[in-house]
Design a protein around this ligand. Sequence first.
Ligand code: BGC
Length: 805
Amino acid sequence: MDIESLIGRLDLSAKVRLLTGADMWSLPALPEIGLRRLVMSDGPIGVRGEQWSSADPSIALPSPTALAATWDVALVRQAGRLLAQEARRKGVHVLLAPTLNLHRSPLGGRHFECFSEDPYLTGELGAAYVEGVQEGGVGTTPKHFVANDFETDRFTVNVRVGEKALREVYLAPFERVVQAGAWGMMAAYNSVNGTTMTEHRALQRDLLKDEWGFDGCVVSDWTAARSTAATAGGGLDVAMPGPSGPWGEKLEAAVREGRVAEEVVDDQVRRVLRLARRVGALEDSPGPGPAPAAPSPTAGSVPAAGGTEIDGTALARQVAARSFTLLRNEGGLLPLGAVRSVALIGSAAGEARVMGGGSAQVFPARVVSPLEGLRGRGDVEVRHAIGTDPRVRLAPLATPARALFLDATGETLAEHPLAGTEARWVGSLPPDVDPARLAAVEIRTVYTPGASGPHEFSIAGVGAFTVKIDGDTVFDGTITAEGGDPAAAFLSPPERRITATLATGTPVELSVRHPAGAFGGMAFVSFTLGHADPSPGDDALIAEAVGVAAGADVAVVVASTTPEVESEGFDRIGLALPGRQDELIARVAGVNPRTVVVVNAGSPVEMPWLEQVAAVLLTWFPGQEAGDALADVLFGDAEPGGRLPTTWPVRQSDVPVLNVTPAGGEVAYDEGLFIGYRAWERAGRAPAFWFGHGLGYTTWSYDTIAVTGTTVTVAVTNTGRRAGREVVQFYLAAVNRDPDRPARRLAAFDVVDAGPGQTVVTTVHLPERAFQIWTEEGWRTVSGDYTVEAGRSVADRRLAATVTL
Ligand code: BGC
């Protein structure tokens, strides 16, 4: 039956019911019209599913900055197809991704979750991601529309931004994914020029829907809809989560009282049903396959609708290697030739930081650490030393645990296994737990110490907790929330420490009990039992690491940010590596000239030791196959294919656009068009590494450039001794440039592979938008002469030609 007829069969209250979540992650079923429950899930590196726990594993791909560093639209599209496969396996219809906000300031807490500082690169990769996911019959909601480029006061902050910057910079990637056919869009928390985005009629209705012709569904960010008539009239289609919220009966009343026209509700319902039909949640859907299958236990191994199965593990490893960005390689130290011993240093070498924090978190079924990856090669002796542990919160124990769901009498309602001591049920409880009877959740595990001495334990969470070790109560108290972000209670909860002296090899029983329930139909259970072995202290750890490094052929130091640095819900306070890692690296480099620093971070960090180390390999947040991909690249089985999608400063104080702290409730984007490399060029400052930089393992000559109309053809030759891949970048500059405009913009790019001595030719078409500027009258194509330059980064341009328009 066509959608209009279905709408005609619904009364007002049924229509309105369709527009608010039935729970944390889904829209309600309406069996009378053949509509199944429509399930949404975060994104963007995997598909977390309806549970927020290791009980529901997902593939974990590298984070979006890594994906962007590949500059490879075909690979990103394939990643999208894998995510669709995961979504279908887990019964998810809509993936809450990709994140298309920009790297305006490196202090942005979700920088790792966004692709790039460049709107064109972001748009091309975003479009490939959307196309890949949707080809698998799963919807997307590019987010967060718009100008959610930092986290501080994100629920209330007003971003003041001019029309030109909005159109040419911040809206551009969203416009591109609408062209690519996105089925959804997520409205941001923040305000833009005085109006909160979920009520922003000018941007959501007039621009997104009317001008761009978006026929999909606008979903609010979680709890972002805070009014009834203003959001409905402002172009929002779905308020998440539910079942409570600002719509429901209130929206029904607003329609009856004439404050919201029924045609508005009809259009919202039309968009929801269209989405449902596209993702196969509406009976007689012409979608690409059956409704999503019931969840099955194996991550990453179920065929995508209508396609062949994608091997998630292999793809995660390939994407990671292709994203690794070689920033420095003195004397060609990498790839490592015949080495007998490697000193592998850093706490992140043993426990890699594979993803950023917040709603981007997924639970992979396995994680390969750098230590496991390097040891897996077998032919090299690998000695590991922590050096220093920069983490502020203790990590959960990775011992198998049990979660007991208890009623008020202490009787067990249900029991579930956990892969570690992290307890999290946000939105929904396991299906066999009766929310009405739930009074407490207890996690239990048995831990066998590997070392004697004072062990540190922690409880991180908000509320009352009782912690016992071998039956003795070691903590019994209440922890209260800090800060103003409502999500912070589970994204970055406060922590209390307990010290207990334990003996090697003697198992102890650990338990944490926490009163819990479901409020207004929504479960919220979130706490972690953390642990750290007895430590001799950082001075001794650094000294030990220096000793290990001095005796090895090569020292590899894995330096990382922490969950306190890069996460949702807050911004970064600085760009320095946390803890004493800078000191550790400098000391190691002092004893071993063959020191490689592996930077395991989702966004820029200062590298004060840069000139002292032989090589720097940026591995971003590399996803679950981190260690195997690292071994592939260090030993030369794979090319470090990455190029920077964002400019890396020497020092924080050099960064031209930094501020993310609202003043008077506002952040003004006064820099206009000048973010990223455009701002660095205008400021005349040199960063540590420019946008587009990345060395790879071979060398390239840029041979010829030819222009026909707006088509540009370039020949490049691999002048090295091994096969490699090059990202050929095309920058466009108007010859008679308005001095108030950026010097140049990225206008096209292509990834090419070539064997030693081989010449390859690439042809790109410069898009019309590259020749356009936004004016008071709208888009204007500026005719005249342009210089198009092909090169290896925005600062390393090798060939130039003239394009006349
Ligand atoms: C985030 C979104 C996410 C949503 C659901 C919000 O806090 O901003 O990106 O999709 O939560 O988890």
